[in-house]
Structure formats: C-alpha cells, structure tokens
Design a protein around this ligand. Structure first.
Ligand code: 5AD
Ligand code: SF4
Length: 475
C-alpha cells in the first residue's frame, strides 16, 4: 500500500471575511448525506458574503433547499416545501430569494424558474461557487441559473460550516459524482462524472475537525471504493495519466490507511461502498486500524442475478456473497447494512424470493428498502417497462421489511450481555437522563448519563434491545 507524506497541521478556526453585514440564510437539506455535507459547503461560501445561518425562515434574506431526485417522493416533498416558502415570501418577506440546490436543480433546470415560477435561483451540485454572483443577478431583477457539471470541482479548499452539528460527528466528502451507470439511478446525470479530492486536503479537514473537538468523521462519496487521486480530474481520464501520476496515485484503501495512521484519535466511517468496486484491501485496512469503524454499508439492490444484470450492477449474487464471506472472515463482527430496491422492471416472484433468500444468508444488521421509482432519462426508463404493479411492489416491500426487522432483532439480541465501547453523541430523544451513542458497528446504544459528557467514549454493558436500539448501562 502506498504512503502519503505530509506535515501534520493544526486546524484553524474559521474567520468570516465579511460577517458584519449580518445577512441571514436559511438552508434545508433533503436526501443523502452528501447533500447535507454540500449544504455545509454552501454555508461556507455564503458566509464569505456576510450570510449567517438562521433557523427562522421568516427572517432569512435567502432560502435555499438542497434537493434530492433519487425517487419521485423526494421530489414531491421538495415541491411542497417550495410552495410553502413562496407563501411565506408573499405574506411576510417579499424580498426573500428562494433557491434550489442539488440534484433537482440539474434535472429540472428552467422548469422551476420559468414554468413553475417557484424559485429565483437554480444551482447544480458543481456550481456552488457561483452562488454569490447569482444572488447579485437576482437582486438586479433577473432569474439566475447555473447547472453546469464539472470534471474537476471537489470544493477541496472550502472549510465547511457545520450545520445542525452535535460537535462530535462530521461528514467529510472525498469524491463527487458516479461513473457506475446503474440503470435505475439518476445520480450520474445529476451529479456528473466521478472525481476524487486531494488526500492532503481531506487530512487537513479532518485535523481541523479534531482541533475543534470532533471525534468521528464519515468519509463520503457516492462510491467511496472508487476513490482515486492521481493529481486531480475525472476518473475517466485516468487512462491519460502520466507514469509519474500513476505511480503516485492513491486508492481508497491507501486513503483510509493515511487518515487512520495520521489521526489515530479520530474514529473513521465511510459511505457508500459498492460491491463492484470494493476491494479486499479496504477490508484489510479496516481490520488493521482500531479507529476505522467495523461497519460497511453495502447496497445489494436485488438477490436475483437476472435483475442485477438488468440493473447493470456489475456483480452477481455469487460474487456479492463471496465478498460478504470475505468481510466476515477478516472482520467477524463487522456490521453490515444494505439498500434493496423491490419491484424493478420485470421482477417476478422468483426474483423476489432470491432477494429474500439472500437476506437470509447475509442477515444484515440494518437495511434501507425502497420500491422502484422510475426516473426520467435513466437507461431503465428509456429501455425497460416499469411493469410491476404498485400493489405487488408494496407487498414485496412489506415482506422484505418484515424479514429485515427480524434479522435486525436477531443481531441485536446476540449483543445482549456483551460490553461495547460507545462514543456519546447526544441526549436520547426520549429522556434527558439518557445519552445515545454508537458502537464501532454503527449500532445505536441508549444508556443513563451518569457523570459523562457528549463526545466521551464509555464502555456500556448491553441489557436489552429493540430491533433498532441497544439499551445498557455504563460500567
Ligand atoms: N428507485 C428506487 N430506489 C432507488 N435508489 C436509487 N435509485 C432508485 C430508484 N430509481 C436507491 C438505491 C440506492 C439508494 C441510495 O437509493 O437502493 O442504493
Ligand atoms: Fe447510483 Fe449506482 Fe452510482 Fe450508486 S453506484 S450512485 S446506485 S449509479
């Protein structure tokens, strides 16, 4: 594995160039962790223009919604929010500027500005640096749009402003875009081609977080295993890299090793992994470092070879199972979760049973399960029929969710009586006398506070559980 040499730098606190102007921005985020992380980049870009964040929409000069297009329901939610912002604009704050960021921006472009007249600014995921200019255009009475996708942009130099943070866990983005072209997925169209961020800037951001008191980072990308730094630029252009660039290139296993070695006190998670790109080197690196959490989110989408092929997933059931076996062999207690889509084009009962039997084999710790939602312009929308009836999709989804709930409970019960190290994240929602934190396996644990503080590690003995939470006591 390659080593990266860098001087360890202390973090600096953020200074705003222009905050005396005291303008207010309100940012709401939907969808994946990447969107939440992007909103923190946007907050940083606007802080330089004198904007500070507010939770009161009525007092905001600019209201931004960071949107998701992954399923139709996500888009409907955002449209409702846009209508709500516009009602506030009409009744309470006529000068308010409404902007759409993220995946819907790229997909709907002018529709949102012109036909629906719900927004003033539309900005795609690679154009956030342009926001100050776009705001000025709107102030000059125009509508403003930039949805250009980039082969280079990683926002590597921007210090995100942490929004809604518990001061313990933070997201750090490491790649942008996706080259995988799964046939159901809109992400490659909305977020563009895959590119990776300079490892030194990733380390710098992590060091800064530690300096500010953070204890855990989640390294983010649509496909983290595909991370490849060779001096910048799109991964698709790696074929044109010079020999020197190739020799110095850094893959995801090396990046993990680099961060974990340089900041041993920092807990490291990552998401999302993809079975077709995950290497055994990554699993070995996880095993090597105590500070890399023993948890992998490994979406399978379907247990049927026929459907996996139609989805263009790049692996089959046997390959997926063999990857799971290898993970369990190297890290026996590794927490594993999945995404499954049910009711994809032409899925029949046998395909569905294959998914259920794969779940029985893996016995995932958690799962995120969805009905297939056709997205325009994807390969599946152009070439296949969304032909599984809604009732059947719903019934299959219920069967999958029921099975997952049983597996989650089974895995949780296995943990009763054991002792786990837990990083305290926040107060429990149900009681001010209890904290909630997570184990290395990403399992939520609730326990009495005693005299401990948020951000501390404690050893907790597990006494009981639900299918989603362990309940225990500090020992
Ligand atoms: N319909 C339903 N679910 C989808 N996902 C991605 N695209 C779609 C779609 N068109 C799910 C996948 C992915 C997760 C982030 O969202 O399971 O892993
Ligand atoms: Fe979408 Fe597939 Fe890329 Fe995930 S790996 S973002 S599902 S195209």
């Amino acid at each position: 594995m390659k080593k990266i040499i860098i001087e360890k730098r202390q973090g600096e606190t953020l200074t705003l160039d222009n905050h005396q102007t005291n303008r207010k921005m309100y940012i709401e985020s939907y969808g994946c962790q990447m969107n939440f992380s992007d909103s923190e980049i946007v907050a940083s870009i606007l802080a330089k223009e004198g904007f500070s964040s507010t939770k009161k929409i009525e007092e905001a000069e600019i209201v931004l919604v960071n949107t998701c297009s992954i399923r139709e329901k996500a888009e409907q939610t955002v449209r409702k929010r846009l209508e709500y912002y516009n009602s506030i604009k009409k009744s309470k704050n006529k000068k308010m500027i409404v902007g759409v960021l993220g995946c819907m921006a790229e997909r709907l472009k002018k529709n949102l500005l012109e036909e629906e007249k719900l927004v003033d600014i539309v900005v795609g995921p690679d154009a956030y640096r342009d926001l100050p200019k776009l705001i000025t255009e709107v102030e000059d009475g125009k509508k403003a749009i930039n949805v250009i996708l980039s082969l280079e942009e990683t926002y590597a130099d921007i210090n995100p402003i942490r929004l809604n943070s518990n001061g313990v866990c933070a997201y750090v983005s490491i790649t942008r875009g996706c080259d995988n072209m799964c046939s159901f997925c809109v992400v490659p169209y909305t977020r563009g081609r895959e590119r990776s961020r300079d490892p030194k800037s990733i380390l710098e951001e992590c060091n800064k977080l530690v300096f500010e008191g953070y204890k855990e980072v989640t390294l983010l990308g649509q496909n983290v295993d595909s991370y490849l730094w060779y001096g910048g630029g799109a991964k698709k252009n790696y074929k044109n890299a010079t020999e020197e660039e190739r020799n110095q290139s850094i893959d995801f296993a090396s990046l993990l090793d680099f961060i974990a070695t340089n900041i041993p006190e920092l807990r490291i998670r990552f998401s999302t992994s993809n079975p077709q790109d995950m290497t055994i080197d990554v699993v070995k690196t996880m095993a090597k470092h105590k500070n890399i959490c023993k948890y992998i989110h490994l979406p399978v989408q379907s247990g049927s070879d026929r459907i996996l092929k139609l989805m263009n997933r790049g692996y089959n059931r046997k390959q997926y199972i063999s990857l799971i076996d290898k993970i369990k062999e190297i890290i026996p207690e590794c927490g594993i979760s999945m995404d499954i889509i049910t009711g994809f084009c032409s899925e029949n009962e046998k395909d569905h049973l294959d998914t259920l039997s794969l779940m029985d084999y893996v016995k995932y710790d958690y799962g995120y399960m969805f009905k297939y939602s056709e997205r325009s312009n994807t390969y599946a929308q152009r070439k296949m029929q969304d032909d599984v009836h809604e009732d059947i999709k719903q019934r299959r989804l219920s069967e999958i969710i029921n099975k997952q709930t049983k597996h989650s409970l089974y895995n949780m019960k296995e943990k009763i009586g054991k002792v786990y190290e837990v990083l305290i994240e926040k107060l429990s929602k149900k009681s001010n006398n209890h904290y909630v934190g997570r184990t290395t396996h990403n399992t939520a644990v609730v326990f009495e506070k005693e005299n401990k503080q948020i951000g501390e590690y404690v050893m907790v003995k597990i006494n009981r559980c639900t299918s989603a939470t362990l309940i225990g006591e500090i020992i």
